[in-house]
Design a protein around this ligand. Structure first.
Ligand code: PLP
Length: 679
């Protein structure tokens, strides 16, 4: 389809403010308190309406306002402060040991199907992507020479609407490329970097975009080019499509195209990190390049590549890994027959399960495992689960010697901590507070923050959350053409001083969003208690093909619409990183009820924890390591069950018990003043 070109008259940025333009084109602003404030103060309303996107903000702010700011001493001072920090953080050379590593050994390439950097760049679906985004940000702060490689999805992941019957609907609005801080990468002659991959019928051509995440570049491949036929342009339209041929083409593009793009840009990484199995085809291109550049045979290349490859697995369910039929894959493998001097069947076998036969599917996971020497799960428990799950790949080794370790995920704290808490940390620990969160002496400093100050700050976050819930819920009701009484009621849902539980995550069945709804009488008693009331906010998307997950959403929707619960139980549409931030900062309790051991890590609980929000969770994923009696509550004792229905029943009782006997009394214990000091 031909698009009409639209032209927009952009305001002229006055000379004294030209730094704003540069700042808006580096996502560093998104985690630097002072930088974010600088954009916000230009025009608060426009800032919120632009989805906190400074490129869009600057395109729409009235010229008059900019002229005024260009002579406003307060604003110019603020800008100078941010610029000094920006220059020190972004333009400084890589520090210390990392600088040497970079000079000597080159970059680390981080391949991922999704990257969650900021809500204005919608190329992520959930935890895997947010983790990837957090890694880029942390690498920037540390001065690690990382480069990210991914795909630019023009429609991203879907936006969720819930219709009046409670069914999830998916919408795919086109991302407005011109209001994103993306730029095309050019070579030294000024030509666009282009890569071409032989496809089954025709070539797949792609360009490379660059996004700056602090000091770290993120490169995104895009097939939406005029010279590509429509079905090739569609390859990078959406994230996590179900059509296996598109999915395969995406993973070919990410893996093979990603490695080619790095080479075309003159980047020669010494370490490749694969975030889950999707980029595993990168190894084929690297084998071929190694043989071509260093004139070695396949055997030597197959010894070299794994030594420089790190593979992180995130999914403890076999069905969560992509597998492709040989007929689909082979056309992409034929070009490698001559480059690797081996048959397509042989290449295919590298990704087939041991003993599965020559016509079995290619598993991206198995291919990734066999091509990497450094393998890890994302929590201690998940490491164990992964060793058991994949022992058939190493049929001759005992389980304890399966070479999969673990590196427990982390979060990029400045991206998720509330403004209020960040101010405390900054006052106590200085401007570099987030670089030193691991230091023990800093914990003492944080401990010394005044209890009342902390509680007041938390109350501001809860109020902000509730205000936003009301606003969003009202919009949802209006869109569904709900009766006026329902719309009006939405404007005053929830209460400011009530214990607020949040459950926000993907609606995958193993996460059991409805565990709290198993015994409705008991739930009604808990929520309806007039002395010690409780309220709960749900949010999350189900994958478009996950009918069971959609059923869970509908189940919760129905109860949240019930007259008796409507005021205390809210279901928000379209969970994303922005909503996640509001929730992990403003809730009192962060609830997680996975069917153990299926939650590989569950990083949202960490985001809650750094905000002083207490976790109530099954002992699964990171919580096995994070839980102590002082940091929150465990549901159950870490039991594993064989039958689902047993564990659901037992776990739901344990959940009600811990709420009734421990969480609620602790929250409402106000001895010695208005703040719950024990809490
Ligand atoms: C952090 C985050 C996740 C991942 O956390 P889980 O605990 O695995 O759900 C998912 N989605 C969003 C929007 C997040 O911010």
């Amino acid at each position: 389809m031909e698009h009409f070109q639209t032209f927009q008259v952009l305001p002229n940025i006055p000379e004294p403010l030209c730094f704003l333009e540069e700042l808006s084109r580096n996502y560093w602003w998104s985690w630097e308190l002072d930088a974010k404030e600088l954009f916000r103060r230009i025009d608060r309303e426009l800032w919120e309406n632009s989805g906190q996107n400074p490129v869009l903000l600057l395109a729409n702010v009235p010229q008059k306002r900019l002229e005024n700011l260009s002579t406003d001493p307060g604003f110019l001072d603020h800008q100078a402060r941010v610029k000094a920090l920006f220059d020190a953080r972004i333009k400084a050379p890589f520090e210390g040991a990392y600088q040497e590593t970079y000079d000597r050994e080159g970059a680390i390439a981080y391949f991922s199907m999704e990257f969650g950097v900021h809500e204005s760049l919608p190329i992520f679906a959930g935890g895997l992507g947010i983790l990837a985004g957090d890694h880029l940000k942390a690498a920037s702060t540390l001065g690690l020479p990382l480069v990210g490689v991914g795909l630019f999805y023009r429609q991203g992941y879907f936006h969720q609407r819930i219709n009046k019957d409670g069914w999830q609907q998916e919408e795919y609005p086109e991302t407005d490329l011109y209001h994103l801080p993306l730029e095309k990468v050019h070579d030294e002659q000024g030509h666009e970097i282009r890569i071409t991959i032989p496809g089954p019928a025709e070539e797949i051509r792609a360009v490379v975009w660059k996004v700056l995440v602090g000091r770290v570049p993120l490169f995104l491949l895009d097939t939406n080019l005029r010279e590509n036929p429509p079905h090739i342009r569609e390859i990078t339209a959406r994230l996590y499509v179900s059509d296996p041929s598109i999915r395969l083409a995406q993973e070919i593009l990410l893996g093979i195209g990603g490695v080619q793009a790095l080479k075309a840009m003159g980047i020669n990484p010494r370490v490749f990190h694969m975030n889950e199995g999707h980029p595993a085809f990168s190894c084929l291109e690297r084998l071929a390049q190694t043989m071509e550049m260093h004139h070695v045979d396949l055997r030597s290349a197959r010894e070299i590549i794994p030594r420089t490859t790190v593979f992180t697995t995130h999914t403890p369910v076999p069905a969560g890994h992509d597998e492709f039929a040989p007929d689909l894959v082979k056309p992409y493998l034929h070009p490698f027959e001559s480059r690797l001097r081996v048959s397509a069947d042989e290449i295919l076998s590298w990704g087939q399960h041991a003993g599965a036969g020559e016509n079995s599917d290619l598993s991206m996971f198995v291919l990734g495992l066999r091509m990497s020497q450094y393998l890890n799960g994302v929590s201690e428990l998940h490491g164990q689960v992964a060793r058991r799950m994949w022992r058939n790949v190493w049929p001759h080794r005992p389980e304890a010697e399966i070479p999969i370790g673990h590196v427990t995920n982390g979060i990029h704290i400045p991206s998720f901590v509330s403004r209020d808490n960040a101010m405390f940390f900054q006052n106590r620990l200085g401007i570099n507070w987030h670089r030193n969160s691991w230091k023990r002496e800093n914990l003492e400093e944080i401990d010394a923050i005044n209890d009342m100050d902390l509680w007041e700050a938390h109350k501001r976050c809860r109020n902000r959350l509730i205000k936003n819930c009301r606003r969003l819920l009202k919009k949802q009701c209006e869109r569904r053409n709900a009766p006026k009484s329902v719309v009006d009621a939405a404007e005053s849902v929830l209460d400011e001083d009530v214990l607020t539980i949040a459950f926000a995550r993907r609606f995958a069945t193993y996460k059991r969003a409805n565990l709290l709804l198993r015994d409705l009488d008991r739930l009604n008693d808990i929520l309806g208690n007039t002395e010690r009331p409780v309220q709960i906010i749900f949010a999350g998307k189900a994958h478009p093909t996950d009918e069971e997950g959609k059923g869970l959403i509908r189940h919760i929707f129905k109860h949240a619409a019930d007259e008796r619960l409507r005021h205390k139980m809210v279901l928000l549409e379209d969970y994303d990183i922005h909503m996640a931030r509001l929730l992990v900062q403003g809730a009192d309790v962060w609830l997680n009820t996975p069917r153990r051991p299926l939650e590989a890590c569950g990083t949202s609980g960490m985001k809650a924890a750094v905000n002083g929000v207490l976790n109530v969770s099954i002992l699964d994923g990171w919580w096995c390591e994070g839980y102590t009696e002082e940091t929150g509550w465990a549901i159950g004792k870490g039991e594993d069950y064989d039958a689902h229905s047993d564990s659901d029943l037992v776990d739901s009782h344990a959940l009600y018990n811990v709420l009734e006997n421990e969480v609620i009394p602790c929250f409402y214990d106000r001895e010695g003043g208005s703040a719950p000091l024990r809490w």
